[in-house]
Design a protein around this ligand. Structure first.
Ligand SMILES: *Cc1c(COP(=O)(O)O)cnc(C)c1O
Length: 457
């Protein structure tokens, strides 16, 4: 490692300890230089915190380009990418169909702040192929979609409290930056400075996969709960698979108490099949939120519900929600192109089967060597958990100490040309662009990395 490079790491929590693996560390000179510069402009040098590599070794890689399942960083390192821009790129990077449609639409201008036919086209693609929404509204991010869905639920029911689950992420709006206090049913404690305590008091937090907690919350806050929000399948804090019976119980309890069920499918929508986790669990949420995949890599979010519920949104109803760039034509174009591909016969069947084989073959290897590793997976999402538990279904089930193993794993993967999200709490995504050949290559790299992680434990 270069002397100048070493200096750049000094004072960084992500400093690289001595390399005890069998591969040299990749060169990160250019990325490290760019990061130094970025720190002058952005808090922590980034525009979204997890990108800062604080949970893994080294400084963030600055990505220069992506194509198919590959990305290249500023130093010219090539990686097979399983981060996929945190989920949106289900077709891989720079998919020709998406690029061509975006390029075509861009020729006519970037934004009008007036309706365009493209909005109808994307809406039609979604509504015709989705049994959960009759009317929708496009936003520019998942956070915005969820924030608006919460306002809609409150406006529709005339109630104020929201029930959420510890271990679910719903973006960074104030009401949802709350975490559980001590006890089964608690008022949220703010999980960020700057969120008024009084806001957090409108949000009740309970553990996942616990029917008693739901019952207790509804008993304690009778007739006060506007909505329960849950990730379709919680996939922002590990992959926390829920029992179907639990989700069904939640659905029924909401009905019994005239509370709306909000499925936040920003990560699972169009990922676990076109109709997301709601179809997977066979529940009918009252409001659904989407994001990530819906925009084909451009900023789009969406919330939708029955025509009756959506009738409460302005200008039809009294719940205000708006956006200067909502329904942006270029973003709509990317969404149309991507979603059209997803509707092809057998798309999900093939993608999900590929992911299953990938995850299970890694699991077989790890189990044969008695490594403490579980590869949880659903659809085309997977998550490496350094544990020997057979199930991890709540935030509490995750072993914080195991994240040390992830750190080493992450470094060894980068050194072998595999890029995954820089935190052990983040899931990975397989895209249609990952061919069997690349998955096999990735698998070999992962197995090598595991050998090193467990040899050095
Ligand atoms: C990513 C995500 C969000 C936030 O979406 P942004 O586009 O990052 O604002 C909300 N909910 C879930 C479930 C997500 O995965």
């Amino acid at each position: 490692m270069l002397e100048s490079f070493k200096k750049m790491f000094s004072g960084n929590e992500g400093e690289l300890p001595v390399n005890t693996g069998t591969k040299p560390d990749i060169s990160r000179e250019k990325s490290a230089e760019l990061y130094e510069k970025a720190k002058n402009y952005f808090p922590g040098g980034v525009n979204s915190p997890v990108r800062a590599f604080k949970s893994v070794y080294g400084t963030p890689l600055f990505i220069q380009k992506g194509d198919g399942c590959y990305v290249w960083d500023a130093d010219g390192n090539q990686f097979i990418d399983f981060c996929a821009s945190w989920g949106p790129l289900i077709l891989g990077h720079n998919h020709p169909k998406v690029r061509e449609k975006v390029t075509e639409v861009m020729q006519n201008g970037m934004s009008f702040g007036a309706p365009t036919a493209l909005e109808n086209e994307l809406a039609e693609l979604i509504i015709k192929n989705n049994r959960f929404v009759e009317k929708i509204r496009f936003t520019s991010s998942g956070t915005e979609a969820v924030m608006s869905a919460i306002r809609l639920a409150r406006g529709y029911t005339g109630k104020d409290k929201i029930l959420k689950f510890e271990g679910c992420y719903h973006g960074h709006s104030d009401s949802l930056l709350v975490k559980a206090g001590s006890g089964l049913v608690t008022f949220g404690e703010t999980s960020s400075k700057g969120v008024p305590k009084s806001f957090a008091e409108e949000t009740i937090v309970i553990p996942l996969n616990d029917e008693h907690a739901i019952t207790a919350a509804f008993a304690q806050f009778k007739d006060q709960i506007a909505a329960v929000i849950i990730e379709g399948i919680p996939a922002n804090n590990g992959l926390l698979m829920q029992e179907k019976s639990f989700v069904k119980f939640l659905e029924q309890t909401c009905k019994d108490n005239s509370a709306l069920l909000i499925f936040d499918e920003v990560i699972t929508g169009f990922r676990i099949g076109f109709e997301g986790a709601a179809a997977y669990y066979d529940v009918k949420p009252d409001i659904v939120t989407y994001g990530k995949i819906i925009g084909g890599g451009l900023p789009v979010g969406m919330y939708g519900a029955s025509a009756e519920i959506m009738g409460h949104i302005s200008p039809d109803g009294g719940v205000y929600q708006a956006g200067t760039l909502s329904g942006n034509p270029v973003a709509m174009a990317a969404g149309i192109a991507q979603l059209t591909e997803l509707l092809r016969n057998g798309f999900y069947k093939e993608l999900n089967a590929k992911t299953k084989e990938f995850a299970e073959s890694i699991q077989r290897f790890a189990s044969a060597r008695s490594y403490k590793l579980k590869v949880f997976h659903v659809g085309s999402i997977f998550w490496f958990a350094f544990t020997d538990k057979d199930k991890i279904q709540t935030a509490e089930d995750i072993d914080v100490a195991s994240m040390d193993k992830f750190k080493q794993f992450h470094r060894e993967l980068l050194n072998r040309g595999i890029y995954i999200g820089p935190s052990g709490y983040e899931v990975g995504f397989v895209s249609a662009a990952h061919t069997k050949i690349e998955l096999e290559k990735a698998k070999r790299a992962i197995l090598d990395a595991l050998d090193i992680v467990f040899r050095n434990k």
